[in-house]
Design a protein around this ligand. Structure first.
Ligand code: C2E
Ligand code: CA
Ligand code: CA
Length: 544
């Protein structure tokens, strides 16, 4: 899809390479043909030799003066010493005769090439002047007018980028530095694998058009490029920008300059409200609040607004801490602590879920390293989303992150919920087996919330079953639930899984679970998820 758009956008002009090849071919073909024509019509005495001007002019006009000259010389030879004056009479030409013709042929080739070069350059100059900004060389709205006829892509993401500190940069460092900055940004944007078209509608703004994958992902892609640290003439520059985004749909809208009104409005909204970006919201997108959460998440990761808390898993027989589950928290600058249930489902809709999991993994690995001396038997689990599992790069990326830390991989565990694993079981099995081979433990989270049977789950390389916390709420009142939990524990053990019961809030539940041979338990009764400092204090009092 992207290459198609790219071709549409850039093939506005006749593809000159093609024309070169075609005329080269025609020249090569016509040289011997014209020779044959002249020879078989009786020789140079007759008028047919003038046909030779066709390949000479073709070469000059389309291949340039050098080729024009070369073809002129070849034509001169073909029409010269090797061509009789009169074939039937067997008379040859005088040397001055064919030499003079060769000089004229060569000059014709050279001059036509030279003239066509001048013409071509002038057309290009006029074209550049009218379709590019005179200072930066970035395409302007005239270019967009020509472009629109060629846009057939049904779905595009449109972005307006306001360079908020453009006046400051111009005042302090000069207009040239500012123009160079725009040029650099333009180069960065257009030299990506994903093709985009950049337009400069005025001095302080850029428009970006790209085939739409998901507008939020497109936006993050753009932001990553803009956030690159820059320097112009060795002066480090901070680009303060506000991006507005909007959606273009081929079927409903007519592409025109006014198509950018929505993204312009969104960019101004972002600028006024001090937001890095804003997507024009007219019902095409989900609730604004959701959007604001998602759009702020990358910044949250970069600025350490996120942190991990750790909840112990307790060995019921010995009451010792056996493992920790890492859970993410987001301390939002204005909204306070946002629970993961509120933002993870939104993040999972975008590629940011990969950044999230990478970040959690890395923080968890750091924690494992910290615990290595004092609590070397503790393992740490992290939660993996199915979006991670089905990402083709996930395994390689994860292993490369892990490779940066010297940890015992058997102390690392991945929790995946039962319902998520079932979305694409075959793919899940493949990836999980690969991790399992590396000794990473796999744990089936929220077991019982879906409908899979334990027997079916034997296909998966699972080490641990975590019984969903909804069972624990009513287990003490309902014998049927006790039956379900007890049989799940029994069968799990027979199948060789370890069992963790989640969400234990009461002592009697813990006592009951121990009595039915549950290995481990996790819940507020034992400990709530804790920040690192509290955890270290907690651990020092527990496992001694
Ligand atoms: P989960 O994986 O099932 O995590 C257990 C959740 O139950 C945690 O909520 C934990 O605080 C809560 N919990 C623990 N003990 C009790 C208890 O005794 N009673 C009750 N009522 N709740 C208890 P939290 O931290 O709010 O996380 C909610 C969900 O968000 C998690 O469910 C997990 O699915 C997801 N999540 C959290 N952190 C991450 C993460 O880093 N990555 C991913 N992909 N998902 C995460
Ligand atoms: Ca979990
Ligand atoms: Ca769970």
């Amino acid at each position: 899809m992207q290459t198609k758009l790219y071709k549409e956008l850039y093939n506005i002009w006749i593809n000159r390479k093609d024309i070169k090849y075609i005329s080269g071919f025609l020249v090569l073909l016509s040289l011997p043909l014209v020779y044959a024509l002249v020879y078989f019509t009786g020789g140079i005495t007759y008028v047919y030799s003038h046909t030779m001007y066709i390949p000479i002019l073709l070469a000059g006009i389309f291949l340039g003066p050098r080729f024009g000259l070369m073809v002129g010389v070849i034509a001169g030879i073909l029409m010269g010493p090797i061509m009789p004056l009169n074939v039937t009479e067997g008379t040859n030409q005088a040397v001055t005769n064919w030499l003079y013709r060769m000089i004229i042929f060569s000059l014709m080739g050279f001059i036509s090439g030279f003239a066509s070069n001048i013409l071509r350059n002038n057309v290009k100059k006029i074209d550049d002047l009218s379709s590019k900004d005179s200072e930066t060389g970035i395409p302007n709205t005239n270019y967009l007018r020509q472009l629109k006829k060629h846009i057939t892509e049904p779905d595009l993401s449109l972005f307006s980028i306001i360079i908020s500190n453009s006046n400051n940069i111009k005042d302090v460092l000069g207009v040239d530095v500012y123009h160079q900055l725009l040029k650099d940004i333009h180069i960065d944007l257009t030299h990506q694998k994903r093709k985009m078209v950049v337009i400069q509608p005025d001095k302080g703004m850029l428009w970006v058009i790209m085939p739409r994958t998901n507008i939020l992902d497109d936006l993050f892609f753009l932001e990553t490029i803009l956030e690159k640290s820059r320097s112009v003439h060795h002066i480090p520059l901070y680009v303060d920008y506000a991006i507005g985004g909007s959606i273009y749909t081929h079927l409903t809208d007519d592409f025109s300059i006014s198509t950018f009104i929505e993204s312009d409005v969104a960019a101004r909204h972002a600028q006024i409200n001090n937001l890095p970006s804003f997507i024009f919201d007219d019902g095409k997108l989900k609730k604004r609040q959701d959007y604001e959460l998602v759009s702020g998440f990358k910044k949250a990761l970069d600025e350490n607004q996120t942190f991990l808390v750790f909840q112990p898993k307790i060995h019921l027989k010995t009451k010792k801490v056996h493992a920790l589950e890492a859970l993410i928290r987001w301390n939002h600058p204005t909204k306070g602590i946002i629970p993961p249930d509120r933002f993870i489902p939104l993040i999972e809709e975008t590629k940011l879920i990969h950044l999230l999991t990478d970040w959690v993994l890395e923080e968890a690995l750091k924690m494992l390293i910290k615990l290595q001396n004092t609590q070397k038997d503790l393992s740490i689990s992290i939660n993996i989303s199915c979006k991670n599992l089905y990402d083709p790069q996930f395994y390689a990326r994860t292993m490369s992150i892990i490779g940066r830390y010297e940890v015992d991989l058997s102390k690392l565990e991945f929790e995946i919920t039962e319902t998520q694993i079932m979305k694409n079981p075959d793919e899940a099995i493949k990836v999980l087996k690969a991790f399992s081979k590396k000794k990473i433990k796999i744990s089936l989270d929220d077991f019982g919330s879906g409908y899979s049977s334990l027997a079916y789950l034997t296909r998966f390389p699972i080490d641990v079953i975590k019984i969903d916390r909804m069972f624990m709420k009513s287990i003490m009142e309902k014998p049927q639930i006790q039956q379900i939990v007890a049989s799940t524990i029994n069968l799990s053990k027979e199948l060789g899984y370890l069992v963790v019961a989640e969400g234990i809030e009461e002592e009697e539940t813990a006592v009951y679970l121990e009595s039915i041979d549950c290995d481990y338990a996790q819940g507020y009764y034992f400990a709530k998820p804790m920040k690192e400092e509290d955890l270290l204090t907690y651990l020092s009092t527990q496992n001694n």
